[in-house]
Design a protein around this ligand. Structure first.
Ligand code: NAP
Ligand code: MG
Length: 487
């Protein structure tokens, strides 16, 4: 396979050689090089932020009408679509996603997101408040005016490894729709597709609206978040890193959007459709090997169903085809890196040490001598106090916990530092809604269904701050100004 050498970063509309050359990107399925990525300097990060600042202060982008910005986002989406067939091999090679996930979630989703924000860019930025004659003791006279949505300025987009291009496209789309300029910094382990995404988007925009930096060391992200030219940090990643970024942001009161980790409950009531609930539970294994923020990794099963459901799940886990993500029929690929596999293996050992039962998996697959694989793993006889129930593992590991009744299911779900997502399976729709309202999570999905692109997305508690998704993202990436007047 072609091993691309991408050695440039994008600063102010120009692709410049990265100051420190390149570093190797490793294919997690083969442990061979998948390509080489730009290793830029801290000075280049600062220069990228300055270029974004200049494009914001004196370029055409922030003052352009929403319709015009939207048209350019649509153009970027179309251009990406025309080229995306060429990105499949590269995406599989650097992320380890199985082909179906790579094609749909890692690639097709990018064009959909850009187009969606192209559409949202045309939403009115001004809303008139109806005039009111006030005669109260504290305020008198005619109150009239406009609420105006304005860009914040320079947005730093810092993203995790699991869906590199899709995540960046969400940040680029939303930030640009509102008239901001951006500097993108992807996760170091798989940034090659993001280089291509930034190349395509930049090619249709005024210079400096999109900038791209990249490097293997932690100083790159730190330099970006502390740059005085950055007004907002849109971060998706772990809660641990999100906390550090919030601390850095506080000194200048930078705006932040924090999309963080999860330990989402998947609640199966005894009256659920068993086949559908079982198929869905297995997504923790089959959807990008569990490297998904919204994965339902805490499987809460009503007591009367627990033994039967976990038995069926154990049997199903053993039948899943695990191996090279390019091979047809493979549904479980590798984890993204050796470090991620070590993390997952540490948690599995901890679950065993704490007394949970390893019902299936827990090992590296015997038939694969290379690649960062971990078998689909299920812990039974677990309690919500165990580390494997409390901490985000980010791998193909399910922790199954029994519950007595509705109240117990709600209590266990909400006894978590996280609150990103929740899943409920029940034949009783009134109960589904009743329980959904009681969960302290940003999303609850009852009896399955796709992610809704028009819905708000984000976390309660330590799963995040703020909301992305659909038109709700526009508020996250905007300042609201009130312009009032009187007769
Ligand atoms: P991570 O370790 O938190 O890294 C995320 C990004 O932050 C990377 O680009 C990383 O690059 C950068 N970074 C690390 N330290 C930094 C610092 N001090 N200042 C600025 N940037 C810094 O996350 P990950 O391992 O890539 O991804 C997995 C995590 O993402 C999971 O916790 C998952 O739940 C979360 N996630 C959340 C969502 C959501 O929407 N809620 C979606 C997907 C993933 P460097 O390491 O090179 O600095
Ligand atoms: Mg790093």
């Amino acid at each position: 396979m072609n091993v691309p050498i991408l050695d440039k970063v994008l600063i102010g509309g120009e692709w410049l050689p990265a100051a420190d050359g390149t570093y190797q990107i490793t294919n997690p399925a083969t442990e061979e090089p998948a390509g080489y990525a730009p290793e830029c300097s801290v000075e280049q990060v600062r220069a990228a932020a300055r270029a974004a600042r200049q494009a914001f202060e004196s370029g055409p982008w922030p003052s352009m009408g929403g319709a015009e910005r939207g048209a350019l986002l649509h153009k970027a989406a179309e251009k990406f679509k025309a080229e995306m067939g060429n990105l499949v091999d590269l995406t599989i090679a650097e992320t380890g996603a199985v082909k179906a996930v790579a094609v749909s979630q890692q690639i097709a989703a990018v064009a959909i997101r850009l187009a969606k924000y192209g559409e949202l860019a045309t939403q009115p930025a001004d809303v008139a408040l109806p005039p009111r004659e006030l005669q109260g003791p504290s305020a008198r006279g005619l109150a009239a005016g406009l609420v105006v949505r304005e860009p914040i300025g320079v947005v730093a987009g810092i993203t995790p490894f699991n869906f590199p291009m899709t995540n960046c496209a969400g940040k680029i789309g939303a930030a640009l729709a509102c008239g901001n300029t951006v500097v993108i910094k992807p996760a170091p382990v798989d940034p090659l597709g993001v280089v291509e995404l930034c190349r395509i988007v930049d090619s249709v925009l005024p210079p400096g609206v999109v900038n791209f930096v990249c490097g293997s060391g932690s100083e790159i992200g730190a330099a970006l978040t502390t740059s005085p030219d950055v007004d907002m940090i849109s971060f998706t990643g772990s809660t641990l890193v999100g906390r550090k970024i919030q601390e850095n942001a506080a000194s200048r009161m930078k705006r932040t959007l924090m999309e963080l980790g999860g330990k989402s409950a998947n609640i199966i009531f005894a009256d659920a459709d068993p086949a559908k609930a079982l198929a869905n539970a297995m997504q923790v294994w089959t959807f990008h090997s569990g490297q998904i923020c919204i994965a339902g990794t805490r499987l809460l099963i009503e007591q009367s169903l627990y033994a039967d459901f976990t038995k069926k799940l154990t049997a199903a886990g053993a039948t899943l085809k695990i191996g090279d993500p390019r091979e047809p029929g493979v549904v479980v690929g590798p984890l993204v890196s050796a470090a991620q596999r070590e993390r997952v293996e540490r948690y599995i050992a901890q679950g065993v040490a704490e007394g949970a039962t390893l019902a299936c998996g827990g090992k590296r697959p015997a038939h694969l001598s290379r690649g960062y694989y971990v078998e689909p793993t299920l812990f039974t006889n677990a309690t919500n106090a165990m580390h494997v129930a409390r901490e985000e593992i980010f791998g193909p590991v399910i922790t199954a916990i029994p519950f007595r009744d509705e109240d117990d299911a709600v209590a266990i779900t909400n006894d978590s530092d996280y609150g990103l997502y929740g899943y409920i399976w029940t034949g009783d729709s009134a109960r589904g809604l009743r329980v959904a309202r009681r969960l302290r999570t940003g999303t609850v999905q009852i009896n399955g269904g796709p992610m809704n692109p028009d819905a708000p997305f984000g976390g309660y508690k330590q799963s995040g701050v703020g909301r992305d998704g659909g038109q709700y993202a526009l508020n996250a990436y905007s300042e609201l100004k009130y312009i009032g007047w009187t007769a």
